[in-house]
Design a protein around this ligand. Structure first.
Ligand code: GLU
Length: 416
């Protein structure tokens, strides 16, 4: 992040703008600019070599006026409490935009998970849950996967929560493996949702997706599934990347082959007949749709002038900073903001929670159909506001999300 922008200052300035546009009173603005609760913990675990490892963890619960707190847990060496506050705030707006009955939360542990064994990660996860246990629960706060956590992590979370309660509570976490109550389609949901938005935006902007060149930064769960979904709608994924760098092929990449290669070599690079490129070069490629699906702060005032895409769909949280936002808007590049583009993940998390509470398991086609319905509605709601306000879609999305949360707060009143 440039010195003047951190994820938290960005999130707070977005909130300020939405409050101003919605003419909300300063009390509501003040209430929403801080999280309701922020829990810091020190997680002590036995490492495989017998030493003790101590890790900082946090769970931030932003607002729950529309329902229980909901949001992922990320494992990252760089995660700070302020970043997690910003991400929790984004979750509050995201759930409101998707119109699902949840508030926003986020968790993080400062750890390089690539350097940990599976057993160490299990002990870390279980100890973390034990430390925040009293603030979790299917009607309090429901964790889900985020960066460097996955279905296995959620299985440990759900099991630890259940063990401490004394009975099985599958609805205490979402994004679980299907065999223990996970929903079909949850793993693919964020990536699929991004492409639903791209499809809608393409229609609105007269862009044909058949053979359209698409560039995706990141090849984790979200990036990979966005690539698969993009190919399903006939687009051509010409470049992808991971933390080691990117790979480019003008004729289109074979996504299953890239995945196999990454699983074998831990990198997407060095594939026959493809060109190795840097992550920076990838962002600046000539393409129709650019999908940043990796880190925050990738499109900034430093590279925004070199972006050649006609459309940017933010699969990651916070990949574009506010200076770059303005330039993209002025250049007429359509930007689908994170809180809308990637809300498919939490939407299917909601479906999973409903299935768990009702002890049902829905077939994949039902999940995908309901996901498409939710995404289409959210997309049209956002575009409706942006058109009325003559603003970019981010402003429209924030006005929708913040407005819905503010209405809930006003209706609930302030206790005592
Ligand atoms: N971590 C994901 C997000 O940022 C999913 C959250 C959830 O499913 O609760 O939206």
């Amino acid at each position: 992040m440039s010195e003047e922008h951190t994820p938290l200052t960005v999130a707070q300035s977005q909130l300020k703008l939405a409050c101003k546009k919605l003419e909300l009173d300063s009390g509501i603005h003040k209430m929403l600019s801080l999280p309701k609760r922020s829990i810091s913990v020190s997680i002590d675990i036995r490492m495989d070599n017998g030493t003790v490892g101590v890790f900082n963890g946090v769970r931030v619960q932003h607002w729950d006026a529309r329902g229980p707190f909901k949001g992922g847990i990320r494992y990252s060496p760089n995660v700070t409490q302020d970043d997690v506050i910003a991400l929790a705030m984004l979750m509050t707006w995201k759930c409101a935009i998707a119109d699902i009955p949840f508030g926003g939360a986020k968790g993080g542990i400062c750890v390089d998970s690539k350097k940990m064994s599976k057993h160490e990660l299990e002990r870390l996860t279980r100890r973390y849950v034990s430390l925040i246990f009293e603030y979790l629960g299917p009607h309090r706060d429901i964790p889900a996967p985020d960066m460097y956590t996955d279905a296995q992590t959620m299985a440990w979370i759900m099991d630890t929560y259940s063990q401490l309660k004394g009975y099985s509570i599958p609805e205490s976490a979402t994004g679980k493996p299907v065999e223990i109550g996970g929903s079909w389609g949850r793993t693919e949901a964020t990536g699929r949702g991004v492409i639903h938005c791209v499809k809608q935006a393409a229609e609105n902007n007269g862009l044909k997706l058949k053979n359209a060149p698409i560039v995706i930064q990141g090849f984790g769960n979200v990036g990979y599934n966005a690539a698969v979904a993009a190919q399903e709608v006939g687009a051509k994924v010409i470049a992808v990347s991971d933390s080691t760098g990117g790979i480019y092929c003008q004729d289109g990449l074979n996504i299953p082959d890239v995945l196999m290669h990454k699983e074998k070599t831990n990198s997407v690079q060095n594939i026959k007949d493809c060109k190795n490129i840097t992550n920076q070069e990838l962002l600046e490629l000539q393409c129709d749709v650019l999908i940043p699906a990796a880190l925050e702060n990738q499109i900034t005032c430093k590279n925004v002038d070199k972006i050649k895409a006609k459309m940017v769909a933010e699969a990651a949280n916070g990949p574009t900073n506010p200076d770059a936002d303005k330039v993209l808007f002025e250049k007429g590049i359509c930007l689908i903001p994170d809180v809308l583009a990637n809300c498919g993940g939490v939407t299917v998390s909601y479906f999973e929670w409903v299935q768990n509470l009702t002890r049902e398991q829905w077939p994949l086609d039902k999940v995908n159909r309901k996901l498409e319905e939710k995404m289409t509605k959210a997309f049209n709601d956002v575009v409706g506001i942006a058109e009325k306000e003559e603003s970019d879609m981010r402003t429209g999305a924030l006005m929708l999300g913040v407005g819905r949360v503010a209405n809930a707060i006003k209706t609930l009143g302030l206790w005592p």
